[in-house]
Each structure stands twice: as C-alpha cells, then as structure tokens.
Design a protein around this ligand. Structure first.
Ligand code: ATP
Length: 204
C-alpha cells in the first residue's frame, strides 16, 4: 500500500526586518527543519501610511536587506506581496499567499512576543483557519505560559518550537549602530555592509 501523501507545507515569516538578523534566520531554519517545510517565505511589511515611527526605514530598503540576508539559501525566498498589493493585515497576506501556493498548508512562523499579542491582531480566528502558527521562544518569555497560550488557540493550531534562544532584536541592533557598536555576526555580513554603506540608523 502506498504511504499517504502529506500536504506540502510552506512557512511564512512576516516582519519589519529593520534590519533582518540572526534571530529571523535561525527561527526560519529551525521551523524548516522541525516542520518539514518546503520553503520559508520572508514577507517584509509595507510602510505604515503615516511614518511617525522612530527609525522608519523605507520598505524597499528593508526588502533589499532581507534579500541580502537570505542570499544563497535555497530554502528561503522573499515576497513583496504586502508592498505590491498594499496589504496591511496578516490575514490578507495569508489569503493572498494561499492563492500563490494552492494546496499547500501554510505555517506562520513568529516569535513568542507576537504570540502573546496575537489575540489583538486583526481577525485572529480567520488567521488560524488559514494557517498554523509555529512559535519560537524569545529571551525572557516563559515556555510554560507560551504552551498554555498556544493550547488556548485550539487543537494543533499553534506549536511552540524548541529552538536555540537568540537574544537579538532589530531594536537592539538599531541602537547598537547609534552607539557605534558592531553588528558583526548578529546580522549577515552583507546586511552589515549595507547598513554601513547607506548610513542607516545613525541618526534618531
Ligand atoms: P523590532 O525590535 O524592531 O520590534 P524584531 O527584532 O522583533 O524587530 P521583526 O521583524 O519585527 O523583528 O520580527 C519578525 C518576527 O520574527 C516576529 O514574529 C518576531 O517575534 C520574530 N523574531 C524576531 N527576532 C526574534 C528572535 N531573536 N527570536 C525569535 N523570534 C524573533
């Protein structure tokens, strides 16, 4: 008898990627390995309509850095779907990606800070109907609490992954630049070179 054919699984990692860093790459790689993904699609967020946010970096720049960050890794790709279609909500992005990967099971990869805010997202129930969540623990978050929150979202809708803890955030990296500290090994070399060449994050 033939073994049952499993649905292909595609990972989706949405974020600002301002800049992309080791934490993003490690959670994408761990999700790929642990969940048997076919690929991981990095989806940089579009610019907010009113750029009052400190450190706002144009979406085109964040996309370019994300491309540089994953260059040479065939497991990963970048989608500009949120910029191209002006998508603001994850639920709409997932609907659009479901059209691009027909028949695939989508797995939305996130850090535990995102899981803890998930109920406040736009249409969380609809998101859970479109994908499963794969959650990587971030430094400082309690694993048992995360398991409980994940279980509360419904049977098998969210899974807390055991991955190496990478205590790096884009916020920290932007302040490191302002304080003249190195980014070495915290971001891929090509991303560090891009940040330096374009004087990103120097002035608040
Ligand atoms: P910022 O500090 O600007 O808020 P960030 O480092 O959280 O940025 P984002 O691009 O906003 O990066 O993150 C995209 C996704 O990756 C989010 O779900 C976030 O939780 C997750 N993530 C980011 N860094 C890590 C990390 N070090 N470990 C686990 N998950 C992470």
């Amino acid at each position: 008898m033939n073994a049952p054919v499993r649905r292909r699984r595609v990972g989706v990692l949405g974020g600002s990627f301002n800049p992309p860093h080791l934490g993003h790459l490690v959670i994408a790689s761990e999700a790929f390995y642990q969940l048997g993904l076919e690929r991981v699609v990095f989806v940089p967020a579009a610019d907010p309509p009113h750029k009052t946010v400190a450190d706002a970096t144009p979406a085109a720049v964040r996309v370019e850095m994300t491309r540089l960050a994953i260059a040479g890794d065939e497991r990963f790709c970048v989608s500009t779907i949120e910029l191209d279609r002006g998508l603001k909500y994850t639920v709409d992005t997932l609907r659009a990606l479901a059209g691009e990967y027909p028949g695939a099971e989508l797995v939305f990869i996130m850090g535990s800070d995102s899981l803890l805010q998930f109920e406040a997202w736009h249409e969380p129930q609809a998101i859970l109907e479109l994908c499963r969540l794969a959650v990587a623990v971030r430094a400082g978050d309690d694993e048992r609490r995360l398991d409980a929150v994940a279980a509360g979202l419904g049977r098998r809708r969210a899974l807390v992954l055991r991955t190496p803890l990478i205590a790096v955030s884009s916020t920290d990296l932007r302040s490191r630049v302002r304080m003249d500290m190195p980014l070495t090994y915290l971001v891929p070399r090509a991303v560090e070179e891009y940040v330096r060449r374009h004087d990103l994050y120097v002035v608040r």
